[in-house]
Design a protein around this ligand. Sequence first.
Ligand code: GRF
Length: 222
Amino acid sequence: MPALRIAALVSGRGSNLAALLGACADGRIAGKVVLVASDKPNCAALTVAGKAGVPTVALRPGDYPDRRSFDDALFDALAASDSDLLVLAGYMRIIDPSVLVSWAGRAVNVHPSLLPLYRGLHTHAQALAAGDAEHGASVHFVTAELDGGPVLAQARIAIGPGDTEATLAARLLVHEHRLLPAVVGAIAAGRIAWNGGNPTFDGRAIDTPLTLDGNGRLGAAI
Ligand code: GRF
């Protein structure tokens, strides 16, 4: 199988991007990040990309009259990269559904909650406020619905009595850094497939999100 061409969208510090780049470098992902695009020209994630020698493009939403025209410009750049897969690695902006149509089944997002719980922002605070015993992260296929596409894999952590928004976010991030590369690696290997919106893993429907075992291997939840 030829190496998967990956484009990433980023807005922030870039730790998930760094995890993705690391997994491409050490062979866990049979792929290459060919473009990193952002809505935040000064974000740290672009520095992460630059240091890894990955081409970047950054556009300012304020330079465009509306969301649609900004997304058209951004997604034109993504299309020009000739990527097979788009990874939202900490991209914090709502995307106009019209530009996602051509990426159906070819875009994934990492989200810090046990979807379908807590779409959108402030997920750690919401889990705490709800008194949840568990929190987690999800990787899902991107659809027009915000944080709403089919969930592929999840990592779970217990919420302790002393947890704050910050401790929870920090503890969960470590799991995101394993989960996202594992899912992208499985897509690159042809093990996870979109299957018209009913994703499969090794040919079987993903009815329950996949999990990682102690060795970082992706598999059906037990
Ligand atoms: C992560 O928690 C990710 O799940 C969420 O935004 C954060 C991005 O962090 N979508 P980073 O930029 O990857 O460090």
